[in-house]
Design a binder for this molecule. Structure first.
Ligand code: UD1
Length: 416
C-alpha cells in the first residue's frame, strides 16, 4: 500500500479540523484513574487512538469507538501490569505509568515506542516518580514502578519543559498525598486540556498551560463526558499545504494559530483571516523564504511543524534556515525531499534550504508521522506523480488522509 499524489494542483476547498491526537492520548491514559465510563466526543479516527485502546483492553478496559465517540469503561481494570505488546509501539502508552501508578500503586510496561525522531528518553518521568516516593526498576525491556504506601506530593523542577513528563507527573500527582508543584512545566495547549479534563473529574490542579503547575492530591475521581479540542498540528498541516501549493482554503472547528505559527505562515506569503473557529488562508504566489526559524517548546514554533514547513521552503527563490531545537534526529525527511528535487544541506540540527523553480514526482518513504505529512505537502507541490510508502505512520495521526487531501483539491489516492 502507498499514497499516490498527482501534484501541482492549487489548494481549493474547505475542511473541518479533526479532534486533537496529542490531547486525546493523555486523556485516555487519565481515564484509568477512576472506575466507570468516560466518554470522549470529537475523538479522531486514527491509528494511535486505536492502539492506545488496545493497550487499555489488554488490562481489562472496555473500549468502544463509534462515529467520533470513544467510550472507555475502566471498571474491570484490576492492576497496573500492561502485558500488551502494542504498548511498545506507541509513545503515549508511557502515560499509563503515571495514571496506573496513581490508582494501583504499582505499574509495569514495555518501554514506549512511537516515531523515531530522537532517542526520546523517559528519565525526567522516572526521576519525578522516585521523588514522589516510588521505587523504579528499569529492566532491559520494561519499566516497573511501585509505591506501596502510595505517592506523596513533591516540588519537581524539570530540566526541560517536556510535554510527556509534565503530563505523566500530573497523572501521578492528582491522587497523591499532599501537593505537587511542577516547575518549568510544558505549556502546550494539550497540557491545559488534560488539566481541565482532570479538574472536571474532581482533581485540584492550578496553572495548567503555565510553567508552574500546582496539584493538590484528592482521594478519588469520577468519570466524565468530554468534548475534545481540535488538532492544532493538523490545522498547521493544511495551512502549510496551502502555503506550498498556493490557492485558498477554509477550515472549520479550528483553534487559532499561535503567534509563532501565524508569523511563519505570513512570512511564506499567506494571508490569514480568523473569525471564531473559522480560519481562511490564501496564498497568491510561490512561497517566500523564511530566513531563520528555530523550533522550541510552546509558545515557540513547534517541532512537529518543522517537517511541515521544510517542504514549503523548498520551492521559490531564496534561502531559508531551519534549526531543530527539540529532537536530535528530526531531519531524516531531507533524504526523501532531495528525491523530489529539493536543494537542502544540513549540519547537525541546522538545515539550509535553497528554493528551486520546481519539484518533481518521485517514490518516497515516510520516516515518522509528521515527516510523512511533510512528504504529502511536497508531493502535492511537485510536478508529476509521487508515491509515499510507510503510509501507516501518517494514519497514526491523520484521519481519512486521502479524503481530506481531495477535499482541499489535491489528487490523492490509496493504492495497492
Ligand atoms: C510530545 C508530542 C510530540 C511533540 C513533542 C514536543 C504527544 C503524544 N507527543 O512528545 O508530538 O513533538 O511533545 O513538542 O503529545 N526529554 C528527555 N527526557 C525525558 C523526556 C524528554 O531528555 O524524560 C527530551 C526529549 O528527548 C526531547 C525533549 O525533551 O528532546 C522534548 O520531549 P517531550 O516534550 O517529552 O516530547 P514528547 O512528550 O515525547
Amino acid at each position: 500500500m502507498a499514497i499516490e499524489i498527482s501534484g501541482s494542483s492549487r489548494v481549493c476547498g474547505a475542511l473541518e479540523i479533526q479532534g486533537s491526537k496529542n490531547a486525546v492520548l493523555p486523556i485516555m491514559a487519565a481515564s484509568v484513574l477512576c472506575e466507570g465510563e468516560t466518554v470522549i466526543k470529537n475523538c479522531p479516527d486514527i491509528l494511535d487512538v486505536h492502539a492506545m485502546g488496545d493497550v487499555m483492553r489488554g488490562i481489562g478496559g472496555r473500549v468502544q469507538y463509534r462515529d467520533h465517540e470513544l467510550v472507555l469503561d475502566t471498571s474491570r481494570i484490576e492492576d497496573g501490569r500492561i502485558r500488551e505488546k502494542k504498548a511498545g509501539d506507541i509513545r503515549a502508552s508511557v502515560l499509563f505509568l503515571g495514571s496506573l501508578l496513581a490508582r494501583f500503586h504499582s505499574v509495569s510496561i514495555r518501554y514506549p515506542g512511537g516515531c523515531s525522531i530522537g532517542s526520546r528518553p523517559i528519565d525526567f518521568h522516572l526521576r519525578a516518580f522516585r521523588q514522589m516516593g516510588a521505587v523504579v526498576e528499569e529492566l532491559p525491556d520494561r519499566v516497573c514502578c511501585r509505591a506501596e504506601k502510595g505517592l506523596h506530593g513533591a516540588d519537581l523542577p524539570l530540566c526541560f519543559p517536556s510535554v510527556g513528563a509534565t503530563e505523566n507527573i500530573i497523572l501521578a500527582a492528582v491522587m497523591a498525598e499532599g501537593t505537587t508543584v511542577i516547575r518549568r512545566a510544558a505549556r502546550e495547549p494539550e497540557i491545559r486540556e488534560l488539566c481541565d479534563f482532570l479538574n472536571a473529574m474532581g482533581a485540584k490542579i492550578r496553572g495548567g498551560g503555565s510553567d508552574v503547575i500546582h496539584i493538590e492530591g484528592v482521594r478519588r475521581l469520577r468519570p466524565v463526558h468530554w468534548q475534545l479540542c481540535s488538532d492544532r498540528i493538523v490545522l498547521l498541516t493544511w495551512a502549510m499545504l496551502t502555503a506550498g501549493c498556493g490557492g485558498e482554503a477554509e477550515f472549520e472547528k479550528a483553534a487559532p494559530f499561535s503567534e509563532a505559527e501565524r508569523q511563519i505562515l505570513q512570512k511564506t506569503g499567506c494571508r490569514i483571516e480568523e473569525s471564531g473557529d473559522r480560519i481562511r488562508i490564501r496564498q497568491g504566489s510561490v512561497p517566500r523564504p523564511v530566513p531563520y526559524v528555530r523550533t522550541s517548546p510552546y509558545p515557540g514554533y513547534p517541532t512537529d511543524g518543522q517537517s511541515l514547513l521544510m517542504p514549503v521552503l523548498c520551492r521559490g527563490s531564496g534561502v531559508s534556515t531551519i534549526e531543530e531545537g527539540i529532537f536530535e534526529n528530526r531531519f531524516r525527511m531531507i533524504r526523501q525531499l532531495r528525491k523530489l528535487g529539493a536543494d537542502i544541506d544540513y549540519v547537525s540540527n541546522r538545515a539550509r534550504i535553497t528554493g528551486v523553480t520546481k519539484l518533481h514526482g518521485a517514490e518516497v518513504k515516510a520516516d515518522d508521522l509528521r515527516s510523512g505529512a511533510g512528504l504529502l505537502i511536497a508531493a502535492s507541490m511537485a510536478e508529476g506523480v509521487s508515491r509515499i510508502s510507510n503510509e501507516d505512520y501518517i494514519h497514526r495521526g491523520y484521519e481519512d488522509i486521502c479524503g481530506q487531501l481531495r477535499a482541499l483539491g489535491i489528487k490523492a489516492a490509496d493504492i495497492q
